[in-house]
Write a new protein. Structure first.
Length: 460
C-alpha cells in the first residue's frame, strides 16, 4: 500500500516526516517534532447550532487560505460532498471579496459507461448554482484507434528515474489542455474530506470512547441505537469496538487491510506491518480512542500523499483544504457524535452547509465508485497483462507469486471480485522495476514460463 512517510526507494536517503525538523551534527542525526495535535484539547458547546457556526468559520478559513494566487485557480469537482463543498464555499468567499484570486474554475471527470459512477447530475447541480460550466473530461475506456494522435497516453519513460511506482507526475492530455487554456497553476483537491468529516458511518470510535471512560450506561444505550440502525446484533458492534484495544497479532486485521493474496508468503511475513498499514493497538488510557483514530487516519493520508510525485507538463501546486491545521484541530476536539450519528453520516458538515451547498448533494446517499472500467481495461488489453505475468521481476525478487496473480487476472476476466486497486498497483510496481532495469539500475535474470505464454496466446 503506502510506505512510512520517512522512507524512499533509495537506500540511505530519507524524507523529513511531517511537522518535524532534522538536526545534523558530526556523527549524529536527530529527527524531532516541532508541533503536534493536543490530545487534551476539547471543544464543547450546548447546542448543535454552535458547532455548526464554528465549523462554517474554520472551514471557510481553510478554503480561503488555499485561494491565494495571481492566476485563476482550478478546483476538482467530482459531484461528491467534499469537492462540491470546497467549490461552493470558495464562491461564497469570492463573493465577499475575501479571496486573492481573479477566478475559480472547475474540472469534472465522468464516465457514462460506468454504471456505478453517474456523477454528471451532481456536478451539474453545482455548476447551475454558480452559473458557470466547468471543464469536463471523459475518462471512460476508449478505443485506441479513436484517440487522436496527440492524445495517446505516454509510454514508459525509460530515460529518467521515476521515484515511486505509479506516480510519475505526468498528467493526461485533456488535463494539460484544460490548464493551458485557463492559465491555472493551482489545483484544489477534496482529499481528506471523507476521512475527516465522518464519511465512514462507523460507531466504533464513539463506542470506544464510552468504554474507555467507563460510561457503561451510555454505552449500552448507543449499542442499542446503532444496532437498530445498522440492523446488526449489538454484540457484533461491541466486539468491533473492543477489538481495537487488543494487539493486532492477537485479533488479526480487518479483511480490507490484509495483504494481496498474490504476494509471496515470505515477503508478507517480512513486511507485515507496512503491508497492513502499520496497525497499532488503541490505548485504553491516555487520549480518547477517537483522537487516536483521527491521528492514525491522518498518518495514512500523509503516507498516501507522500507517494505522489510532483506534477509536471505543466507543473502545478495541489492544495488540500480538508487538511488545514486549524480545521483538523477543530474536528479532532469536538465530540464524535457531532460527526456521525445513527441516521446521518457527515452529520455536522451536512447541517452546517445547508444553503451553501445544493441540497441534492448534501443529502445524496453515497459517493459513486468505479468498479467496471478497470476490469474492462484489463480484459481489453488481456494479452499485455497476461504476458506481464510470464517473466516478472517482482516474482524473481521474491515479492509476487506469478501463478497467483495469473489466477487473479483470470478472475477479473470472468467478472469475479478481486481487489482491483491493489492489482493495478502490483502491475505499476512491475513496470517500475522493468524501467529500473532498462535504465541499468538493476540487473536480474528471470525465468520464462512457456505455459503462461501459451495460455495468453490461445486465450487472446
Amino acid at each position: 500500500m503506502f510506505p512510512a512517510v520517512h522512507l524512499t526507494p533509495c537506500v540511505g536517503i530519507h524524507s523529513v516526516p511531517p511537522s518535524s525538523y532534522v538536526f545534523l551534527r558530526p556523527g549524529r542525526c536527530t529527527v524531532s517534532k516541532y508541533w503536534d495535535f493536543d490530545p487534551e484539547k476539547r471543544i464543547r458547546y450546548h447546542t448543535d447550532a454552535e458547532y455548526e457556526e464554528h465549523f462554517r468559520t474554520v472551514f471557510a478559513k481553510a478554503v480561503q487560505r488555499k485561494l491565494r494566487s495571481d492566476r485563476p485557480i482550478l478546483a476538482e469537482l467530482s459531484g461528491g460532498r467534499d469537492s462540491s463543498s470546497i467549490v461552493c464555499m470558495a464562491d461564497t468567499i469570492v463573493a465577499r471579496g475575501a479571496a486573492e484570486i481573479p477566478r475559480l474554475d472547475t474540472l469534472s471527470m465522468y464516465d457514462d459507461s460506468e454504471p456505478n459512477w453517474n456523477e454528471r447530475p451532481y456536478f451539474t447541480k453545482v455548476e447551475e448554482k454558480r452559473g458557470r460550466t466547468g471543464w469536463h473530461i471523459n475518462v471512460g475506456t476508449q478505443d485506441p484507434e479513436n484517440i487522436p494522435a496527440g492524445e495517446q497516453p505516454p509510454e514508459s519513460p525509460h530515460g529518467r528515474f521515476v521515484p515511486t511506482p505509479g506516480y510519475d507526475g505526468r498528467t493526461s492530455p485533456q488535463f494539460r489542455m484544460c490548464m493551458a487554456s485557463q492559465g491555472n497553476r493551482v489545483v484544489l483537491s477534496g482529499i481528506g474530506g471523507d476521512e475527516v468529516m465522518g464519511g465512514v458511518p462507523t460507531p466504533a470510535p464513539e463506542l470506544e470512547n464510552l468504554l474507555a471512560r467507563a460510561q457503561f450506561r451510555a454505552l449500552a444505550h448507543q449499542l442499542k441505537v446503532w444496532a437498530l440502525e445498522k440492523r446488526t446484533p449489538w454484540f457484533h458492534l461491541f466486539w468491533e469496538a473492543t477489538r481495537g484495544f487488543f494487539p493486532p497479532a492477537l485479533v488479526g486485521v480487518p479483511k480490507y487491510m490484509r495483504p494481496a493474496p498474490w504476494l509471496q508468503s515470505s515477503f508478507v511475513r517480512r513486511h507485515w506491518a507496512a503491508l497492513t498499514g502499520y496497525p497499532s493497538r488503541t490505548k485504553l488510557l491516555g487520549p480518547l480512542p477517537s483522537f487516536q483514530e483521527n491521528v492514525s487516519t491522518l498518518d495514512a493520508l500523509r503516507r498516501q500523499l507522500a507517494c505522489k510525485a510532483l506534477p509536471f507538463e505543466p507543473p502545478f501546486e495541489k492544495r488540500y483544504p480538508y487538511l488545514d491545521r486549524s480545521l483538523l484541530e477543530f474536528m479532532f476536539a469536538i465530540p464524535r457524535e457531532q460527526l456521525v450519528r445513527p441516521t446521518q453520516r457527515r452529520s455536522l458538515m451536512r447541517r452546517a452547509l445547508v444553503g451553501i451547498v445544493p441540497e441534492e448533494i448534501l443529502n445524496r446517499k453515497t459517493k459513486a465508485f468505479v468498479t467496471r472500467s478497470p476490469m474492462v481495461a484489463i480484459s481489453n488489453d488481456w494479452v499485455h497483462f497476461a504476458q506481464m505475468t510470464q517473466n516478472m521481476l517482482s516474482s524473481a525478487l521474491g515479492i509476487v507469486d506469478s501463478e497467483r496473480i495469473w489466477g487473479a487476472l483470470q478472475k477479473v476476466r470472468r467478472g469475479e471480485e478481486v481487489p482491483i486497486v491493489t492489482l493495478k498497483r502490483t502491475f505499476f510496481l512491475e513496470g517500475w522495476l522493468k524501467d529500473l532495469r532498462a535504465l541499468g539500475i538493476i540487473s536480474l535474470g528471470t525465468t520464462l514460463k512457456p505455459k503462461l505464454r501459451w495460455q495468453a496466446t490461445i486465450q487472446s
